[in-house]
Design a binder for this molecule. Structure first.
Ligand SMILES: *[C@@H]1O[C@H](CO)[C@@H](O)[C@H](O)[C@H]1NC(C)=O
Ligand SMILES: *[C@@H]1O[C@H](CO)[C@@H](O)[C@H](O)[C@H]1NC(C)=O
Length: 597
């Protein structure tokens, strides 16, 4: 181009002027300048449409306050501009996803429990108290969706929580979703209606604890105080130990000792339990308070109990040291007995085991997605507990290795979404796959190349190793929305290690959710995560935890500022942040809280 320009112009024996050269390059004399200007104006005008600004107008607050104190104002929300960094735009698209999901619920199912995102019907599968509102409340606050928040608070303020004559509300789910949602939204906004309603609900659920042992019953009718057992006929470990964050914080806020005492009674049973080496079994007799099986697990029946040990200790400013010791007993036993690697790819996984003798356990080889909370918990523990260097290393390696395996279970699937349950290949002699002895050996041999079970294996399709079990028809099973547990761990690992890979992995999970789960009205559960067609089969349900957990952790993962600092808050098992507080001297005396280390 330039040389022909030169030749043409040399033939007229005149050097081209700048304007001649420029206009011949552009083809026409500078005509694109006004066009570019018009395009720019067009872009400015339609920018909110292009980047999907939310349909509700957002009240703008002043500059972001320091994320401490009380009330905790929502962060200043500004839609990203094209020049803003990728993470801002990514956080914004998660916020858009929340608006899409909640708007679908609001327009079609409000104030029922959940939206059926394909048919547009509503579902009352919980207490008919509008669980999506309670679960979504704090996410709205964090995302600065104040109009939705205010509308939700109004509806909540009118709720009465008396069940119909023959209706029973499940205790565990109501505590972690409704009560957890209220307490977290109260801590963030300081709106007194939320505390009033939390106190009302907490009081009405309290008679569930009226059993011989003090363990809560599975469900309660709040009109008559009649209670009912669950299908197992026992108390699951997770049910007994997933109300202490909520009730102890409520006791602190209201000054009512019965909240503390009922929740603490379950802890008391654990301090006194005759359990070998921290292997707390999954089932307990509701009346006698004694263990009633010998399955040791971090999956569905036990998961949040482990969380509530470490997090109770953290929430009450590390004052209840007995709980910390219980956490360490349980988690060291998990590391020792439930962590295995696969024979070929050396994928680290956590399974459950049947304890035969104190020193003989039979691992099942199944790896539940629900267990993917464990890496985040281990990372949080490694950062906050005053552990000897050796133990700290082990906890951190297990955290990173397991989170990586959770990620692999996504990356290995056609949809990029992880399955509910996987069956992992075992060594011929199961104990050859135990992780801890391999790590010890590797350390003795001088710590060559990477640490075992935390391999840097690239995702690959390898069906022999990760096979997933489709859940039976009765399963509540939604493969894609289970990603809440994995995303929680990605978030904690990103905050504790600073490794941006966790953010990138979270982003790829979000893209798969957008691709396979998004419907016209909301987000549906993906049923078969390993389907090669572009549209994976979906189920007509949008669980409330999609609003509480999945989208909250994604939003926090992509937001640069740490809106909910881990040294000021703990997340309950439904991702509702509860502030860390200190017992007053009177409370310590009243509850016999000793500070000895
Ligand atoms: C249910 O228990 C609460 C105390 O937790 C009590 O105030 C209320 O009167 C009881 N209701 C009935 C019908 O027994
Ligand atoms: C606290 O300790 C005292 C004396 O040791 C005991 O009498 C009291 O019942 C305890 N209170 C609680 C709530 O455990």
């Amino acid at each position: 181009m330039l040389s022909s320009l030169w030749t043409r112009n040399t033939s007229t024996s005149r050097f081209p002027t700048f304007r001649e050269a420029f206009s011949s390059l552009a083809g026409r004399p500078l005509r694109w300048v006004p066009q570019l200007f018009l395009a720019f104006v067009f872009f400015l005008y339609f920018r909110p449409t292009i980047f999907g600004e939310s349909p509700v107008s957002i009240e703008h607050f002043g500059d972001l306050p320091p994320p401490v104190g009380h009330p905790h104002r929502p962060p200043l929300y500004r839609p990203p501009t094209a020049s803003a960094n990728d993470w801002k735009i990514r956080a914004h698209s998660v916020r858009d996803a929340f608006v899409h999901a909640y708007k679908g619920y609001r327009d079609n199912a409000f104030p029922a429990d959940e939206l059926a995102p394909m048919s547009g019907k509503s579902r009352n599968n919980f207490n008919s108290w509008g669980v999506s509102i309670y679960d979504g409340l704090d996410t709205m606050w964090l995302m600065g969706l104040t109009e939705y928040f205010d509308e939700a608070v109004k509806v909540i303020g009118e709720a009465d929580y008396t069940t119909k004559p023959h209706q029973y509300v499940p205790f565990f789910e109501t505590i972690i979703r409704h009560l957890g949602g209220l307490l977290s939204a109260y801590a963030l906004s300081a709106d007194p209606i939320l505390l009033e309603q939390a106190d009302k609900m907490g009081g009405m659920l309290l008679p569930a604890f009226d059993t011989k042992s003090g363990f809560p019953m599975y469900a309660i009718n709040t009109r008559t105080n009649e209670t009912r057992g669950g299908w197992t006929g026992n108390t699951l470990w997770a049910e007994a130990l997933s109300n202490q964050l909520e009730y102890k914080y409520l006791a602190h806020l209201t000054g009512k000792p019965e909240y503390f005492e009922k929740a603490e009674r379950c802890m008391q049973i654990m301090y006194e339990a005759d359990v070998t080496e921290g292997m707390f079994p999954t089932r307990w007799d509701t009346q006698s308070g004694l263990p009633s099986n010998s399955q040791f697990s971090v999956g569905a029946f036990a998961d949040s109990a482990h969380e509530y040990l470490l997090k109770q200790w953290l929430m009450t400013s590390r004052s209840e040291t007995k709980i910390r010791d219980l956490y360490l007993r349980a988690v060291n036993s998990i590391i020792e007995r439930l962590l295995y690697i696969t024979p070929n790819r050396e994928i680290l996984y956590v399974t459950d085991a049947e304890i035969r003798q104190p020193n003989r356990s039979i691992p099942s080889g199944s790896f539940e997605h629900l267990s993917c909370f464990l890496p985040g918990l281990l990372a949080l523990g490694a950062q906050t507990l005053d552990l000897p260097q050796n133990e700290k290393e082990i906890h951190s390696w297990a955290a990173e290795g397991l989170a990586y395996s959770c990620w692999l279970s996504y990356a290995d699937m056609q949809t990029g979404l992880g399955p509910d349950v996987m069956s992992m290949q075992k060594f011929q002699k199961a104990e050859d796959g135990l992780w801890l002895p391999r790590v010890e050996k590797w350390k003795e041999e001088g710590r060559k190349e990477g640490h075992l079970g935390c391999g840097s294996l690239a995702p690959q399709r390898h069906r022999e190793i990760i096979r997933f079990i489709r859940k039976s028809a009765v399963a509540t099973g939604s493969e894609c929305f289970r990603s809440r547990r994995t995303l929680e761990s990605f978030y904690i690992l990103w905050r504790t290690t600073g490794d941006p890979q966790w953010r990138e992995r979270g982003w790829s999970v979000f893209q798969s959710i957008q691709k396979y789960a998004k419907t016209e009205l909301g987000y549906a559960s993906v049923v078969d995560v390993d389907r090669s067609s572009t549209t994976a089969p979906v189920k007509d349900e949008m669980p409330s935890y999609f609003l509480a957990e999945t989208l909250k952790y994604l939003y926090l993962l992509f937001t640069d500022e740490e809106i909910i600092p881990l040294d000021k808050w703990v997340f309950n098992t439904e991702a509702h942040p509860i502030p860390i507080f200190q017992w007053t001297d009177e409370e310590k005396k009243l509850y016999n809280i000793s500070m000895d280390l």
